[in-house]
Design a protein around this ligand. Structure first.
Ligand SMILES: Nc1nc2c(c(=O)[nH]1)N[C@H]1C(S)=C(S)[C@@H](COP(=O)(O)OP(=O)(O)OC[C@H]3O[C@@H](n4cnc5c(=O)[nH]c(N)nc54)[C@H](O)[C@@H]3O)O[C@H]1N2
Ligand SMILES: Nc1nc2c(c(=O)[nH]1)N[C@H]1C(S)=C(S)[C@@H](COP(=O)(O)OP(=O)(O)OC[C@H]3O[C@@H](n4cnc5c(=O)[nH]c(N)nc54)[C@H](O)[C@@H]3O)O[C@H]1N2
Ligand code: SF4
Ligand SMILES: [Mo]
Length: 686
């Protein structure tokens, strides 16, 4: 038995794994007990990747769809034929309608795939299109938009220093299930338990008592989509009671603007709108400000609300004004994030930013909001999207309003999906092209390098040979560009370098750029010094901006919403949740890796259920302003009454209930809204 060290590339945690091989064949993946960070930890999904690798349902060959009345047929074609036809059709679209007529959507797994990240940037530069979309505008674009203003670049994202903190305020995350986001850190639960064991506090702010809150710390129920109000109220208490850190505040830009914004929020309104008692808000703010060290953190539960940018500003402003930004135990900025920002700037320069045709959204983190993709395809005129490449994504289930997006995808002249599976989006494509999985390619955790509490480096080789005719996305993109007569990376110099070499050749170079050794074994590197970031903030004036005008422009809307929510009796509100045994829309039902809808249920509190005549296991219809789904109900005491919860990524598509189009998106960042959607639930009679 041969054992090769590698790491999991399904989520940020990047858990160390050992690939066991015999006779050249991959047999098993086991958690790497000797890994310096994950130390033998892995969730249920990591080892199951072997089953994804061997799954008979995987795409192994390029295939073309033959429309055939109602029932489409898929036929196997050679790579040569597929690439030539795709190239010729892309060229025709571009020559006829211009560069913006070709759109690209890339999904979440791209974050853990350096070859795809770098070569997708090169491919976009070659196309010269403004129409680049990705999962960020469904996930975290509010964080990118605010970090750009506050810290000088979108990739600079403070991470919670859980191993040294005395107070962790966690809004809208469920670390036990998700291992969190925007921090590359396995063993989240153990670290949270460590805080409590040291005598510190862990407070989960969430409309649902999560598995995490059940296991550690305190639960604080909050009404969906009201986090921005709570954060502004906490800032207000700290300012009113002069609990801020004077030395830290002297270094911050636009503090007066932040203070004025916070003071516009009346504590009684906030208490009524959030469902959190006034005294509790005051106590929380005092306790946070007085803790020797503290950090506030938010994730998708907050990002996917209607004012995620203002809320994220609130989170980071809390850290900053209490002196917890870049302090041990606070919200730390890894030095590699700043180095990574420089690399991102370099790649970003290949495509000058242009606003969207629909809704006039400025690109954030180089991409436009996926919530306008259907409109960009369906609205006639100069710049209309006619061809779309979907890489490592499933927007049909992950983006708002799957029905509208489906209609749009059907209207395309060409749609190509590059994936492990023919997912719900791929079914509507003209071609599906088989990609290698992470076991079949070399890689290193680049994105994670800017989010590691304990920095380390690890360059993993491929641990399995590609099955069938699977190819790496980078190679596929180079080949498509060649067939479409496009210049990869846009400039002759870069084309000559990147257009010819295998993507792996650039890894040691990229790795050095962010200050990491290209080591095949996981190796710890020197930890960052707290405070170093504050000495060299890459904003224009070198200071962290806690009151950026672009973000505070959303305060009047928050005040109006807060007052309205405080007085009007709220109806049922829908929120999302993640599940242990699936990853967004893939790996659903891990036992077979085939998709059923077994895991998709509407959780509802027993009091709401009783009022509506809904029993456990009953079928219900859920209706929002824009859509309707039918699903099985499950009674769940963990929910705050008035809240219902449904996971995404299933064929029963919760995102039929979410609105797309410019008016439905967060104005600054273009984030889609999934949390706090007003719905009507009715029991279905048989
Ligand atoms: N209602 C609601 N909607 C949501 C969310 C929510 O919380 N609620 N969450 C949002 C979030 S946070 C995210 S990140 C998005 C995700 O949105 P997407 O990224 O669009 O969707 P995924 O389901 O992650 O799809 C990933 C696809 O990549 C494929 N894949 C996996 N590995 C590879 C690889 O190495 N190469 C290639 N080529 N393909 C690969 C998988 O088979 C799968 O089809 O969904 C968003 N949508
Ligand atoms: N097992 C598993 N792990 C995953 C994923 C997966 O699909 N499965 N997906 C990965 C991805 S792409 C991401 S982005 C991360 C996300 O990681 P997390 O952000 O931790 O995602 P969730 O576990 O969905 O936790 C979101 C929480 O927000 C709460 N919430 C909903 N609405 C609100 C609200 O209005 N206010 C507040 N305060 N809370 C609210 C929900 O109850 C839920 O507990 O997880 C990653 N890890
Ligand atoms: S937590 Fe699970 S999915 Fe994430 S890297 Fe670790 S094993 Fe992979
Ligand atoms: Mo995500």
């Amino acid at each position: 038995m041969e054992r090769v060290r590698t790491y999991c590339r399904i989520c940020e945690a990047a858990c160390g794994m050992v690939a066991e091989r015999a006779g050249g064949e991959l047999r098993r993946l086991v958690p790497d007990a000797a890994h310096p960070i994950s130390r033998g930890f892995a969730c249920v999904k990591g080892p199951a990747m072997v089953d994804v690798h061997r799954d008979p349902a995987r795409l192994d060959h390029p295939e073309r769809r033959l429309p055939n009345g109602g029932g489409d047929r898929w036929t196997r074609v050679s790579w040569t034929e597929a690439l030539a036809d795709i190239g010729a059709r892309l060229k025709r679209v571009r020559d006829t309608y211009g560069p913006d007529a070709i759109g690209v959507y890339i999904g979440n797994p791209t974050a853990f795939n350096v070859g795809l990240s770098v070569y997708a940037a090169g491919f976009l530069a070659a196309l010269g299109t403004r129409n680049f979309y990705n999962a960020a505008s469904l996930d975290c674009q509010n964080k990118f938009a605010v970090a750009e203003e506050m810290f000088g670049h979108y990739v600079i994202q403070p991470i919670p220093d859980l191993d040294h903190t005395d107070f962790f305020l966690c809004l809208g995350s469920n670390p036990l299930v998700s291992q969190m986001s925007f921090v590359a850190m396995p063993r989240a639960l153990e670290r949270l338990k460590g805080i409590v064991a040291r005598g510190g506090r862990v407070v989960s702010v969430n409309p649902r008592r999560t598995e995490t809150a059940d296991a550690v710390g305190e639960q604080l129920f909050i009404r969906p989509d009201s986090d921005a109000f709570l954060l502004m109220a906490m800032l207000r208490v700290i300012f009113d009671e002069e609990l801020e850190d004077g030395v830290a505040c002297a270094q911050l830009a636009h503090l007066d603007e932040l203070r004025a914004a916070a003071r516009a929020f009346e504590l009684d309104d906030v208490a009524a709108a959030t469902g959190i008692a006034r005294d509790t808000i005051v106590e929380l703010a005092r306790s946070f400000a007085r803790a020797p060290s503290a950090n506030a953190y938010c994730s998708t539960g907050v990002n996917q609300g209607s004012q995620g940018s203002l809320a994220f500003l609130g989170v980071q402003a809390l850290n900053a004004i209490t002196g917890n930004l870049d302090r041990a135990g606070g919200a730390r900025v890894p030095s590699r994030a700043v180095k990574f920002a420089k690399l991102a700037r370099l790649l970003g320069r290949m495509r000058p930013p242009r606003p969207s045709r629909i809704g006039n959204f400025a690109p954030v983190a180089e991409s436009l909001p996926t919530g306008i993709l259907a409109d960009e395809i369906l609205t006639p005129g100069q710049g209309q999207i006619r061809a779309l490449l979907v890489i490592a994504g499933n927007p049909l289930l992950s983006a708002p309003s799957g029905a509208r997006l489906g209609e749009a995808l059907r209207a395309l002249e060409l749609c190509v999906a590059i994936d492990l599976y023919r997912n719900e989006t791929g079914v509507l494509a003209h071609y599906t092209l088989p990609a290698t999985d992470w076991l079949e390619r070399e890689d290193f955790p680049l994105v994670q390098s800017g989010m590691q509490p304990e920095p380390y480096a690890q360059l993993s080789p491929a641990v399995a040979a590609p099955r069938g005719e699977r190819r790496q996305e980078a190679d596929i993109l180079v080949a498509i560009a060649r067939a479409a007569k496009l210049r990869m990376f846009g400039t002759p110099g870069l084309t000559s370098v990147f257009g010819r070499v295998a993507p792996e050749k650039v890894y040691p170079w990229v790795s050095r750029l962010v200050g990491l050794p290209a080591s095949r074994q996981p190796v710890l590197v020197a930890p960052d010094t707290p405070g170093a970031f504050l000495d060299d903030v890459p904003t224009r004036d070198g200071r962290v901006d806690v009151g950026p005008a672009k973000v505070l422009a959303d305060v009047p809307r928050a005040l109006e919403r807060c007052r309205r929510e405080a007085t009007s009796p709220p109806g049922l509100k829908l929120i999302g949740r993640r599940q242990r045994r699936s990853h967004n829309s893939w790996m659903n039902d891990l036992s077979k890796l085939k998709k059923s809808d077994d895991g998709c249920r509407l959780a509802i509190h027993p009091t709401d259920a009783a009022r509506l005549g809904v029993t456990d296991g009953a079928r219900v219809s859920v209706t929002s302003a824009v859509g309707r789904v039918e699903v099985e109900a499950e009674l769940d005491e963990a929910l705050m009454p008035g809240t219902v919860s449904m996971p995404h990524g299933w064929r029963i598509n919760v995102n039929e209930l979410a609105a797309d189009g410019p008016a439905a998106l967060e104005p600054l960042s273009g984030m889609a809204r999934y949390n706090g959607i007003e719905v009507d639930v009715q029991a279905l009679r048989h």
